[in-house]
Design a protein around this ligand. Structure first.
Ligand code: PEP
Length: 260
């Protein structure tokens, strides 16, 4: 059965003190939930704090089998003269298990695309990290009905070069760019339609077994109010949450909205 996942992308937000407060509130909620009967159904939770807070957050959740930690980006080389950059090897050694690759903010603000994202994904896998690979169309692309092609091309360039055994370790996040941080969410039907398309693409390019096994998350203004409706879809395996992941009550409601 494929994994159900709720991931929180904090982006470039919070001071260390604020991050500590968020994590300790979340920890209390997660502890209570795990100890309740419902808690047995808890999805995987993956937190993506900014780099400087990784080890601190890792220490808090060190013995939690359902809570994981990830970085928001990694470099495409192992190490070297890349001032200001952080490698997958470093992220792994800081106690993280996941890394976001190809977030639309990295694509649009830092010019990342095709080959670089494929290299970053390779680095992540080589260092034992689970890549959370983001794809999604911009508004004009959806308006031109080009959204399926855009997403297919992003997956082709970023992921479909790899062997099936490697790809099975990747999590895909469909994040329509027009929905990220805008308050405009894709409708549950729009999310399901694209997730089903991605799964079919996986089946056609590789095989049905792989397609059935891979988790595909939705991201884009997902919040405590709309999460349950989006998660109810058969091809939506959870969410990558931005803004709402900074509010412990909201993020926790999203976690409990995801049923196995
Ligand atoms: C994101 O940044 O991945 C995201 C989905 O952001 P938001 O939930 O704020 O739209």
């Amino acid at each position: 059965m494929r994994k159900k996942i709720v991931a929180g992308n904090w982006k470039m937000n919070l001071s260390l003190e604020e991050a500590k407060a968020l994590v300790s509130e979340l920890k209390v909620k997660i502890d209570n939930y795990r100890n309740s009967s419902e808690g047995r159904e808890m999805p995987q939770v993956v937190l993506f704090p900014p780099f400087p807070y990784l080890t601190r957050v890792a220490d808090v959740f060190v013995n939690y089998d359902q809570v994981f930690l990830g970085a928001q980006n990694c470099h495409n080389e192992d190490q070297g003269a890349y001032t200001g950059e952080v490698s997958a090897m470093m992220i792994r050694s800081a106690g993280a298990s996941h890394v976001i690759i190809g977030h639309s903010e990295r694509r649009s603000q830092f010019g990342e695309g095709g080959i670089v994202l494929a290299e970053k994904t390779r680095q992540a896998l080589k260092n034992g990290l689970t890549p959370v690979f983001c794809c999604g169309e911009k508004l004009p692309e959806r308006e031109k009905n080009a959204h399926f092609k855009v997403v297919a091309d992003q997956l082709l360039e970023g992921l479909f070069w790899m062997h099936k055994d490697q790809l099975s370790k990747v999590v895909i996040a469909y994040e329509p760019v027009w929905a990220i941080g805008t308050g405009k969410t894709a409708t549950p039907d729009q999310a399901q339609e694209m997730h089903a398309y991605i799964r079919k693409l996986l089946a056609d390019t590789y095989d049905q077994g792989l397609a059935d096994e891979m988790s595909i998350l939705y991201g884009g203004s997902c919040n405590a109010k709309n999460a349950a409706d989006i998660f109810r879809n058969s091809d939506v395996d959870g969410g990558l949450i931005g803004g709402a992941s900074l509010k412990p009550d909201d993020f926790f409601s999203i976690i409990t909205a995801l049923k196995p």
